[in-house]
Design a protein around this ligand. Structure first.
Ligand code: PEP
Ligand code: MG
Length: 926
């Protein structure tokens, strides 16, 4: 049988369904699904994503086999619609829309009203008796086709759309304000002017033949897969280029046929807050693009109850049918044509982090989904949004009372943002690049603005509703957004914004509150989010914090399913306390060297480094001992018996010394030494490659007195804590071990000190000695090392550096372009390189466990807080991950999802190739 490229839907049946997203794209699959469950969907057909690939392989031409299948389906569509394409009496008109596997809102092209020409337009006038409607549709078609297929569009960033310029000119000539004031003849004239402009500026005549129009449009939609904004969007969301887009050809239904027609978009729940209310907008007598493009500000969906009660009731019903059927919050598009409702699209709705969490939790309560499904729907990084700052209420109130409230728009993307005004996307990117915080301020945004929106702190628009492009994209990006702020008069050419008689210029500061929609002049300080106020500051009663409560529920469920323990990287009691409040179950890495920069410690530390003799060094270390002991005791107290991994000194010593002449002279004076001596010592410590130099356990081996002092400080603190009646469980960790003898040397020393302290203090405490696995030799010889080490903690920062041979401090210059070129899919210092570093980890786990089955295994590199890396740690069977305090909730959720997505039975079956996941595993897609 010949390969099938085109799938028909309509009339209560469909050849596709929602599971066929890869082939039909999201839009096509869901149109088929809705048609299949009997919802009112205009008939049509989907040209599959496979054709996109063929199209590019075929020099951007549609292959003949596909053409004939399209023609057959067109005949089928004619039959279903009872109309004929290009027919003089009753012409069939169609829409042509893109639809990729993953939603890429507005990034690719759409053409509506296709099939209109001079002849069919006239016949449609005769049929409908509504010339205004016909010529309005016709001018929109020519405008879209002229832009998308024939290429007439703005060239410069400050240019306005050439078609809009012609419309403005026409309105000016006719002395009217609104498009709706233009008559049928005016619109007819616009069609002629548009065609003339296209011919003049592009050299292309406008095709009258509907089939020619169809092929042009289908080709243009496939071509739009490779336009700049689609490419930028794919990069941003890691959507592979190979997926391609499908093309949907569907019977046109018209929302602009008069006051009994309309169009709208809606979410089955509030996409900003997650409330279980119908949330959407519509416009009567309009086409779909008017609502999404934000050129007219639409009405809230409840108003439809008055404008068309029957359609409203039907929509409410469909809302429930869809939620039950898909068990998720859906985003829908609909059109009412002369009182009859049609569904044009449905897909799982994008939502803010707040909404994602609330909807998932509520749906568990409503028994639509299980706790496990709820967890699978919340991306761990979304939790970041819940931890984001809000405006300081007092400052904001003072600003609004002081007359700085400029306007109020729609609260389209929650959160607080302060920044300097820029008026276009190019500037937003450029300013952000040089470190400025900016608010991208636009009349409306379009998909072209994607990069600028990404660079901005927040987005402010004068036009458009809650489902406008700005609002949708901002929410998806987790950006603060105030949309549809009609009072703002924005002048792109002058780079000014006038509101309430005040003119603000590019570079002026504004603050926008995406939770209330307020736009305020000047900078307003931000303060911790609700979750932080409850968890960290303890200034808010959890009972009065609904967002916190939902957050807490998710965390409880996550804890139920995860098998990985979560620890934190912390060197201070307050950091440790924050992490515990976020759910940390221990400290996975206490970098003692950070403590040396604390109050009163850098002096004796430098003294120790500058010492000429063992005695002098010991004298300096004696000064450090009580200071370190106090630090450790503080941490033990906060951690209340939870395990605490303390690492002995790691960085090269020169990091502790001053490098400028001025600072060296000051240090010399403080220490009573000559400047020359200090200078000479700094120079003697200079290394060409300090990261591979005199650092890690090498320091403790050459200067055992340093390890001895640190071990003593740890154990004396442990003894003191124990004497206070508190539990304590120190784990002494030796860094940068590559050879068993290195570890054995340090271990013997640590154990001797432990025994001495226990004897001196007449107290017993449990402790472990282990090592970091952070250089390849350590991983490869893990079986030998495990003979001594009671635990391994993977230092994946160094392990990545040493495995890839890429300096962690100098990689930025080439790693960013490397990721752009997809040499590495993600920055390997951020997301664990499973194929390389990951394989060493796996080997170390297997070899380590072989020697010591009960060995404790963890990770303390930055990857410990990255969801994909956490998943890998779960897969290879680590006991815990350790991350920075504020990432603890993210790691908890990531660990639960890892457990749910990799159930034990699967795990047992997994082979080495399953772990080669960076290019093909499911976590790669995320
Ligand atoms: C590591 O190398 O991953 C690690 C945790 O140690 P540091 O970052 O301090 O070198
Ligand atoms: Mg390291």
């Amino acid at each position: 049988m010949a390969k099938k490229y085109v799938y028909f839907f309509g009339g209560g049946a469909a050849e596709g369904n929602m599971k066929m997203k890869n082939l039909l794209g999201g839009k096509g699959a869901n149109l088929a699904e809705m048609a299949g469950i009997g919802l009112p969907v205009p008939p049509g057909f989907t040209v599959s994503t496979e054709v996109c690939d063929l199209f590019y392989k075929n020099k951007k031409r549609i292959p003949e086999a596909v053409k004939s299948e399209v023609e057959k389906n067109l005949r089928k569509l004619e039959k279903a619609a009872g109309q004929r394409f290009g027919d003089a009496a009753d012409p069939l008109l169609v829409s042509i829309r893109s639809g990729a596997r993953a939603s890429m809102p507005g990034m690719m092209d759409t053409i509506l009203n296709l099939g209109l020409n001079e002849k069919t337009a006239r016949s449609l006038v005769d049929k409908t008796g509504n010339p205004r409607f016909v010529y309005d549709s016709y001018r929109r078609f020519v405008q879209m086709y002229g832009d998308v297929v024939l290429g007439l569009r703005p060239v410069h960033k400050d240019d306005i759309d050439p078609f809009e310029a012609i419309i403005e000119q026409k309105k000016h000539e006719r002395a009217v304000d609104s498009d709706t004031d233009l008559s049928a003849d005016d619109l007819k004239d616009l069609v002629a002017r548009f065609k003339a402009a296209i011919k003049e500026k592009t050299g292309h005549g406008f095709p009258e033949d509907p089939m020619k129009q169809l092929w042009g449009a289908v080709g243009a939609v496939f071509s739009s897969w490779m336009n700049d904004r689609a490419i930028a969007y794919r990069k941003l969301y890691a959507i592979p280029e190979a997926w391609g887009t499908a093309v949907n050809v569907q019977l046109m239904v018209f929302g602009n046929m008069g006051q009994d027609s309309g169009t709208g978009v809606a979410f089955t729940r509030d996409a900003a807050t997650g409330e279980n209310t119908f949330y959407g907008e519509y416009l009567m007598n309009a086409q779909g693009e008017d609502v999404v493009a934000g050129t007219r500000t639409p009405l809230p969906i409840v108003e439809l109850k008055k404008d068309d009660p029957e359609s409203y009731v039907q929509l409410e019903k469909i809302r429930h049918i869809l939620e039950k059927h898909y068990t998720d919050m859906m985003d829908i598009e609909f059109t009412i044509q002369q009182g009859k409702l049609y569904m044009l699209q449905c897909r799982v709705g994008k939502r803010t982090a707040f909404a994602a969490i609330k909807i998932a939790v509520d749906m568990v309560g409503e028994k639509l989904i299980t706790e496990k499904e709820a967890l699978a729907r919340i991306e761990p990084d979304q939790l970041n949004q819940l931890l984001r700052p809000v405006f300081d209420t007092a400052e904001k109130e003072a600003a609004t009372k002081g007359g700085l409230l400029l306007a109020k728009g729609l609260n389209a993307g929650p959160g607080a943002a302060t920044g300097r005004i820029v008026f276009n996307s190019v500037d937003a990117e450029a300013w952000a690049k040089r470190g400025e915080k900016v608010i991208l301020t636009r009349i409306e945004t379009s998909p072209e603005d994607i990069k600028g929106m990404n660079a901005a702190e927040g987005i402010l628009t004068a036009r458009g509703g809650m489902t406008s492009h700005a609002a949708l994209v901002a929410r998806q990006m987790g950006k603060v957004c105030v949309a549809g702020c009609g009072e703002l008069a924005i002048d792109y050419a002058r780079h000014t914004m006038t509101v309430k008689g005040r003119t603000l210029r590019e570079g002026d500061w504004i603050s926008i509150d995406g939770t209330t929609g307020q736009v305020i002049e000047g900078r307003i300080a931000t303060k911790p989010s609700e979750v932080l106020q409850v968890v960290i500051d303890k200034t808010l009663d959890p009972a009065k914090a609904p967002v916190y409560q939902t957050f807490a529920k998710v965390m409880t469920w996550a804890d139920k399913f995860r098998t990985l323990k979560i620890r934190t990287n912390a060197d201070q009691p307050d950091q440790s306390a924050n992490a515990v409040a976020f759910g940390a179950e221990g400290i996975g890495l206490c970098r003692t060297e950070h403590m040396f920069f604390g109050e009163g410690k850098i002096g004796p530390m430098r003294e120790m480094i500058l010492a000429d003799t063992l005695e002098a060094r010991k004298a300096a270390l004696a000064k450090l001992l009580p200071l370190q002991r106090k630090d450790f005791a503080g941490i033990f107290e906060v951690m209340k018996g939870r395990p605490v991994t303390i690492r002995t000194i790691d960085p090269p010593l020169h990091e502790f010394l001053p490098h400028t002449e001025k600072d060296q002279r000051e240090l010399a004076a403080e220490m009573g030494l000559s400047y020359e001596k200090v200078k000479a010592r700094v120079e003697s410590l200079h290394e060409f490659n300090p990261m591979l130099g005199f650092r890690g356990c090498r320091l403790g081996i050459i200067y055992p007195e340093i390890t001895e002092m640190q071990a003593r400080a740890i154990f004396e603190a442990a003894a003191a804590t124990k004497k206070k009646g508190l539990d304590v469980e120190p784990e002494v960790m030796i860094p940068l071990v590559g050879h068993i003898k290195e570890l054995a040397h340090q271990e013997a020393l640590v154990r001797r000190v432990a025994a001495e302290v226990m004897k001196e203090q007449s107290v017993k405490f449990k402790y472990l000695v282990g090592t970091m696995i952070e250089i390849p030799r350590g991983a490869v010889t893990a079986d030998e090392i495990a003979a001594v080490a009671e635990f391994f903690s993977f230092g994946t920062n160094d392990l990545t550096q040493t495995t890839l041979g890429v300096s962690r401090d100098d990689a930025g210059r080439f790693l960013v372009p490397y990721v752009e070129k997809e040499i590495y899919t993600k920055d390997p210092f951020e997301v664990l390189d499973r194929d390389g570093v990951g394989q060493l980890m796996r080997m170390a786990v297997e070899r380590g466990r072989k020697t010591r089955p009960a060995i404790k295994l963890g990770i303390c590199g930055e990857h410990g807080g990255d969801p994909s890396s956490v998943e890998f740690c779960h897969i290879i069977g680590l006991n815990y991950v350790s991350c920075s305090p504020f990432r603890v909730p993210i790691a908890r959720l990531a660990a639960a999802r890892a457990a749910l997505m990799n159930p034990p039975a699967d795990k047992a079956k997994k082979t080495a190739s399953d772990y080669h996941g960076t290019r093909k595993g499911k976590s790669d897609i995320r």
